[in-house]
Unconditional design. Structure first.
Length: 302
């Protein structure tokens, strides 16, 4: 086994809209159709083995994490595949907010699958590692299409559900002149929302139609318009967030809600960052504003 940690990195991800497709028997064919954007605000993961048989120790930004269920399950599945008797030490590093619609659990699972499979010398491909991460996220209902989006990177449209190798992902061109600007106001429980029948019904009433719409008009501006429409239709945004959305629209900006988190986001040209920053700061001075480039590389081993 390697004496130094194996390392991998995954972008984080904001989902603008989606349609739930999780009824297939094969977990690798379950997921969602929809669209989202990958952020150059990644999760870096280091994995090394330990002599403590069967023990998995998770650290996030150097602090011991006791409730990192996604990483725990991901690590244990890797250990099961390896057939070894030792444990794993997993260290995640990120500056992205957690539990707030930035896809950090998916990025943690994906980078852990890539780094952990290397640390355990499983001999699996990047796509196979991503499939393991997708299965963990779908099983725990912490995400449906996040891993697929993060694996490929960019502003992406998922027209067919499923893990990498099963689903279909198309990149929407953006170039280097765009950045993501997000107003972060706190966490929401993705698993609770995905298991709520009323919310699932509202999501699927519009998610498929919006996906087809973007397939016919794959522009950044159309993605943002449809994300805002989805936010309104699903109805989980607070009155305060809806007010900010309306104020921004009056100034010519489309805001969507990161699915799922108390986070609003948009994509702007770099010369517009100061204007949208000032607008969001004025409307919600207590919120944290996050600015990130669009990651186009996707997840990979280091």
């Amino acid at each position: 086994m390697p004496s130094v940690p194996s390392r991998a990195i995954s972008p984080t991800h904001i989902t603008g809209f989606f349609e739930i497709r999780d009824q297939e028997d094969d977990v690798l064919r379950r997921g969602s159709r929809g669209a989202g954007v990958c952020l150059g605000l990644p999760v870096l993961t280091e994995v090394e083995h330990s002599s403590n048989a069967g023990e998995v120790s998770i650290f996030i930004n150097n602090a011991r994490a006791h409730d990192a269920q996604v990483s725990q399950l991901m690590a244990r599945r890797l250990l099961d595949l390896s057939g070894t008797t030792f444990g794993l030490i997993v260290r995640h590093y990120t500056k992205a907010p957690t539990g707030s619609g930035f896809g950090t659990s998916g990025a943690a699972a994906l980078s852990l699958a890539l780094a952990g499979s290397q640390a355990l010398d499983l001999g699996i491909s990047d796509v196979e590692a991503a499939q393991l991460a997708h299965a963990v996220e779908v099983t725990l209902q912490t995400g449906l299409g996040t891993v697929a989006g993060e694996f490929y990177g960019g502003l992406e449209l998922r027209s067919q559900p499923g893990a990498p190798g099963f689903g279909k992902v198309t990149r929407i061109p953006t170039g280097d002149d765009y950045s993501v600007v997000a107003l972060h106001n706190g966490p929401m429980s993705t698993s609770a929302l995905l298991s709520d029948p009323a919310i699932r019904q509202r999501i699927n009433a519009v998610g498929g139609r919006l996906t087809e719409d973007l397939l016919g008009d794959m522009r950044v501006e159309r993605f943002l318009q449809l994300s805002q429409e989805f936010t309104t239709a699903v109805g989980v945004a607070s009155d305060e967030l809806r007010r900010i959305i309306l104020d921004a629209e009056k100034q010519g900006y489309w805001l969507g809600m990161a699915m799922f988190g108390r986070t609003l986001f948009t994509i702007v040209r770099n010369n517009e960052i100061d204007e949208i920053f000032g607008l969001l700061q004025r409307d919600e001075p207590k919120g944290r504003i996050v600015i990130a480039r669009i990651d186009t590389q996707g997840a990979h081993r280091l």
